[in-house]
Design a protein around this ligand. Structure first.
Ligand code: IPE
Ligand code: IPE
Ligand code: MG
Length: 248
């Protein structure tokens, strides 16, 4: 409860674009890799903060399908860091009852990385705490096309009538279909764009943008974002009066 005795609404599902690592490093005269290292530490801290804040699901954008276009050296470094993170973090996450999954097209990753990803998912599959999804080689458009392809295949095989392709059925084929859509989206690093993140899922998500660069993001600022969320009236197309009556 707040000081004014209003119940605080905590978003069940938070989706974050962790942006600004490169600029954080440049501002310090360091190589971009130092920014990614620092960003990794922030990610660890924010996962723990989300557990403390009783958030049920957290989806993090770690590497987009467009990030392959970066200099080869940076891509290589990000892959190494990803591998390192998988090896060093999973045991602790498992101890903290976190259930992990990866979303995105995996075929582009090395055999070794794919194996570590599968191991992390298997190890934590029965956990009941925070649902942590890491988006790697992920693109929102890819996700939608993938769902369309799966449904088209069923139509082709004769097991699905196109008239039965409803919103709900379609939603069942995009990533994270077992979770509710993100309630709160956070993007650090100052850009006000979605950068091909969860295009399907963000339809009615509350959007929070901050200039803070990801390595500087903290639990205190996460709480600012939560306070912002708490103050929003989510209308889903209805009028404010209707929503107030429903919530009364
Ligand atoms: C986000 O930080 C991390 C990844 C995209 C992997 P950036 O590397 O995009 O940092 P800026 O935006 O260049 O500062
Ligand atoms: C989005 O950040 C992707 C991740 C944070 C993983 P980018 O830095 O790639 O986004 P743009 O290119 O500025 O839109
Ligand atoms: Mg960026």
């Amino acid at each position: 409860m707040t000081e004014t005795d209003q119940p605080v609404r905590v978003p069940a599902h938070v989706a974050i674009i962790m942006d600004g690592n490169g600029r954080w490093a440049s501002h310090r005269g360091k190589h971009r890799s130092a920014g990614h290292q620092a960003g990794f530490k922030t990610t660890r801290a924010i996962v723990e903060a989300c557990i403390r804040q009783r958030i049920k699901a957290l989806t993090l954008f770690a590497f987009s399908s467009e990030n392959w276009a970066r200099p080869q050296q940076e891509v290589g470094l990000l892959m190494d860091l990803f591998m390192h993170a998988l090896k060093s973090e999973v045991a602790k996450l498992h101890e903290n009852n976190v259930r992990m999954r990866f979303i995105g097209e995996r075929s582009a990753f090395s055999e070794k990385l794919r194996k570590q990803m599968a191991l992390a998912e298997e190890k934590t599959a029965d956990n009941t705490g925070l649902e942590l999804a890491i988006a790697v080689n992920y693109g929102g458009r890819w996700d939608i096309v993938n769902a369309a392809k799966a449904l088209a295949q069923q139509v082709h095989e004769g097991s699905l009538d196109p008239d039965d392709i409803t919103l709900d059925r379609f939603a069942g084929y995009v990533s994270l279909s077992d979770l509710s859509d993100p309630d709160l989206f956070i993007r650090t690093g100052g850009e006000k764009r979605i950068s091909n993140y969860l295009l399907w899922h963000l339809a009615y998500t509350e959007l929070y943008f901050t200039d803070t660069l990801w390595p500087d993001f903290s639990e205190a600022e996460l709480c600012e974002a939560l306070a912002f969320f708490s103050g929003r009236q989510r209308r889903f197309g209805m009028t404010g009066d209707q929503v107030e009556k429903i919530n009364a």
